[in-house]
Design a protein around this ligand. Structure first.
Ligand code: PHE
Length: 338
């Protein structure tokens, strides 16, 4: 078969190909190891010597022509496919983009961070202590000996090896006083755990922030003013507080501090149980026994301390009237805090 005929036939087949897959098959059939064009080269060996040169040239020319035609056809098909797709699927450049969804801070974290900032501005350091404590730090050193009725005030989770999930952040008082040379002021936020039945106003895991100030002389007046600054700044408005006597074995005198309900403005609602006041924190002057357990001489050093729960603060600050929203983990609720 002559080179011209094979070439003409190849070009006709390429022109007739309508898909890239068909082109790939043709490429093999024409230019592959046993392809029609490749086979032509076998003719060179049997041709008379004088014709070999021109024949080789003709075959190379055919190969080049077919290769070029193949590439041309291929790009034509690709362009055609793109054009067809564009004509078919219209692209609306005015559509708004899809923005990646971003996370948000939990309101408890927001309030905790705010409190930390407020105290850092007042010269306090922020400390972090253990969630699993020993009996000594959680009870004994806080003036709550074994069989003391105050142990029943907080139902406790014990680990199988006799340690306790801290029932409050107060064990940090002992750890702070034992590790930092007085005078100093510190706050220590964290999770605390109580073995309680869960209901509208009780969780088994919640957050507290403990405050401690140790100096040669501290006063209840200074404690009260610190509490008022803390609460007004975290709520971003003036809050009214009141102190009542309160019993905690590790302080003497001890107080319960209430804040006028910000949800109802003191008129009474379900958050303040219709009293107009919300129990906000426990506080007092650190008991001499506690100072002694922490290695400080009560004749030389004095301290005040408070412990505040964060869920109630979150509710007051954001006007939430059901504690179950706070730790419920519902994203529709949580995404409102950015
Ligand atoms: N630890 C107490 C509680 O969890 C709060 C408290 C802290 C009271 C410091 C007095 C002083 O209820």
């Amino acid at each position: 078969m002559s080179v011209e005929i094979v070439q003409a036939d190849a070009l006709a087949q390429l022109a007739a190909a309508t898909s890239e897959a068909a082109l790939r098959e043709l490429e093999v059939a024409l230019l592959g190891k046993k392809g029609a064009i490749t086979e032509l080269t076998k003719m060179i060996a049997t041709a008379p010597p004088a014709e070999r040169g021109p024949l080789g040239k003709a075959i190379n020319g055919a190969k080049a022509a077919v290769t070029q035609a193949l590439e041309a056809r291929r790009s034509a098909l690709v362009e055609g496919a793109i054009a067809a797709e564009l004509a078919d699927r219209r692209f609306d450049v005015t559509l708004p983009g899809r923005s990646p969804s971003t996370g948000s801070y939990h309101p408890v974290s927001l309030v905790q961070e705010r409190l930390e900032d407020i105290f850092v501005a007042m010269g306090f350091r922020v400390l972090d202590f253990y969630e699993v404590e020993d009996d000594f730090h959680n009870f004994e050193a806080l003036n709550i000996p074994k069989n003391h009725p105050a142990r029943d005030m907080q139902d406790t989770f014990w680990t199988t090896d006799g340690l306790v999930m801290r029932t409050h952040t107060s064990p940090g008082q002992i750890r702070a006083m034992r590790s930092i040379a007085p005078p100093f002021r510190a706050v220590f936020p964290g999770k605390v755990f109580r073995n309680e039945a869960i209901d509208a106003s009780h969780e088994h895991t919640f957050h507290q922030l403990e405050g401690l100030m140790v100096d040669r002389e501290v006063s209840v007046a200074n404690l009260i003013s610190t509490l008022r600054i803390m609460l007004s700044q975290v709520m971003e408005r003036e809050v009214t507080i009141r102190l009542r006597p309160g019993y905690f074995p590790f302080v003497e005198p001890g107080f319960e501090c209430d804040m006028q309900c910000l949800i109802c403005g003191g008129g009474g609602c379900r958050v303040c149980k219709h009293s107009g006041w919300v129990e906000t924190l426990g506080c007092g002057l650190v008991h001499p026994n506690v100072l002694r357990h922490a290695g400080l001489n009560p004749e030389e050093w004095q301290a005040w301390a408070f412990g505040i729960g964060l869920s109630r603060l979150v509710m007051m600050r954001y006007g939430i009237d059901d504690i179950r929203h706070v730790m419920g983990g519902d994203l529709r609720f949580l995404q409102q805090f950015v």
